[in-house]
Design a protein around this ligand. Structure first.
Ligand code: NAP
Length: 291
């Protein structure tokens, strides 16, 4: 079983293990279509839950629809205490690109798509995923979209709301409309633009869920990371995950993998203890990446 501290999303009854699982890698290549090996995808999910993972991140635009359908097939009826977090705000046209889908009608349809494909009556947590410029961060109001989600929450279709790919200003704007229980942004050992936001959310007890915790489609590589990993008898990616767990108590991990062997490695990262001198060395990686 995973050995790391639990975390309770603020104002909710949802307490999760800080080591969770991100399901995006379960779709086919390019997050499109079915996986090459559906049984392997099901095995990853079942092994994760059996090991104590009770926080799974997904979206109906992974596949599209495929990932949610696999989660349902693998895990339904869902065990008590499992928190499934999904994202709204995007769509995948036939050219396989990632496009915004953030009108009130599109967001409402996406909630119903997620409910149908997951086989749920209400979504545990729904993140509004702002697409931004080139899918990255961009300032601009998200009030209309968050208000739509707040309305769907009042209707009982969403239990709690989060935001994703957002700036501190956008988080604050969302909080004027509804309670925000989590923020999901791009962050890892080498990509630390959200350091101040993480600390601010920690003070508020709000979860910060880094996407691309291992570097995403091009997993992290660094000579410092490799040297530290060798010294600790771990893999570089395990050290990268352990560093995130040490970085702040409100960080929840959702590393993605399509492989049971990688899943086991990732879950075992929760066992690693990093000393202050190791943390200082690892902190240097972001500075080197920025310079
Ligand atoms: N909000 C957003 O906009 C957003 C964007 C992207 C992702 N997400 C969420 O965040 C989750 C995590 O992000 P991610 O999956 O894109 O990136 P990630 O977790 O940083 O890295 C996944 C990549 O690392 C590989 N990997 C995983 N464990 C490994 C191991 N132990 N050894 C070697 N390689 C390993 C995976 O390949 P294998 O399959 O071969 O293991 C995959 O290529 C996603 O699953 C998704 O739920 C959210």
């Amino acid at each position: 079983m995973i050995s790391c501290q639990p975390f309770t999303f603020p104002g909710t009854s949802f307490t999760v293990n800080r080591m969770g699982y991100g399901a995006m890698q379960l779709a086919g290549p390019g997050v499109w279509g079915p996986p090459k090996d559906r049984d392997a995808a099901i095995a990853v999910l079942r092994e994760a839950v059996a090991a104590g993972v009770n926080h799974i991140d997904t979206s109906d635009f992974y596949g599209p629809h495929v990932t949610n359908q696999i989660i349902r097939e693998a895990l339904s009826p869902f065990p008590a205490g499992l928190v499934i977090v999904t994202k709204l705000g995007g769509r995948r046209p036939p050219d396989r690109s990632w496009q915004p889908a953030s009108s009130p009608a599109e967001l409402t349809a996406a909630v119903h798509d997620n409910l149908r494909n997951l086989g749920l009556e209400a979504l545990d947590i729904a993140n509004y995923r702002f697409m931004g410029r080139d899918h990255g961060l961009e300032e601009g109001s998200i009030a209309e979209q968050v208000s739509v989600l707040a309305d769907l929450k009042r209707q009982g279709l969403i239990r709690h709301i989060g935001v994703s790919n957002v700036t501190a200003t956008q988080v604050a704007e969302a909080q004027t409309i509804t309670d925000v229980v989590c923020v999901q942004n791009n962050y890892n050992l080498a990509h630390r633009g959200d350091d101040a936001l993480i600390d601010d959310l920690a003070r508020q007890g709000i979860a910060y869920v880094p996407f691309f915790p291992l570097g995403g489609f091009s997993p992290l590589q660094s000579s410092t990371l490799s040297a530290v990993a060798e010294r600790l008898g771990a893999t570089p990616l395990q050290v990268a995950l352990a560093w995130l767990l040490h970085r702040s108590p409100n960080i929840l991990l959702i590393p993605g993998t399509s492989s049971v062997a990688h899943l086991r490695e990732n879950l075992a990262a929760a066992e690693l203890t990093l000393t202050p001198d190791v943390l200082a060395q690892l902190d240097g990686i972001a500075a080197a990446a920025a310079g």
